[in-house]
Design a binder for this molecule. Sequence first.
Ligand code: DX5
Ligand code: ZN
Length: 231
Amino acid sequence: MENKTHRKYVLSPSILAADFTRLGEEIKAVEDAGATYLHVDVMDGIFVPSISFGMPVIASIRNCTKLIFDVHLMITEPERYVEDFINCGADIITLHLETLKEPEKVIALLRSKHVKVGLSVNPKTNIEEVFPYLHLVDMVLIMTVQPGFGGQKYLDYCTEKIVTLYEQIKKSNLMVDIEVDGGINEETLPIVLEAGANVIVAGSSVFRGDVHSNAKRFRQKIEEFIPVSNN
Ligand code: DX5
Ligand code: ZN
């Protein structure tokens, strides 16, 4: 049965906030500091107002790190591109429920390609909307800011969604990770961990300033929270 003692707690630094002139070095810094995933935000300027980067960047950084690529697709009709993202190095692909006409179909496609599958919801989307798909996915990403930009403030009302989702996962005896994304800093980290999140995205709080020591501090704070029996 899913409970906090058997969960893996993971830091997933978001390169959206990185210095792109030194991207390889900064990725190495978070890897050395104990990150497990690398959060890769893909934005299309339609589903979200901004445009970030795509396949060529991901394929290029794939050569410089062994970190697990946690690719967050903030794009319309993501079905069209999932195979391209797998081919350029994605290990986990997270799709927004709001963008999917037939969630089961694209989830099955991802499963057949042996990548992990995440389903994401915007702050305003009810968390109950992911419940029908929980048995089909590896992870649910709860957006804790409006998707589109880094550096925003954590939306307090999202904490309740984490709690509700965690309760539902336990009730259903499933092993589904809960990822949180947006406004996570040293103040909000304990709140999301306590609520039930176990995959922590952090953009500006890791990549602004000394990247290595920020990531290390974050990793330590997560470790302090992990129940003793999990070490
Ligand atoms: C926002 C992105 C986030 C972003 C988080 O749409 O999905 O991953 O990089 O940035 P911070 O941690 O600065 O809020
Ligand atoms: Zn993201």
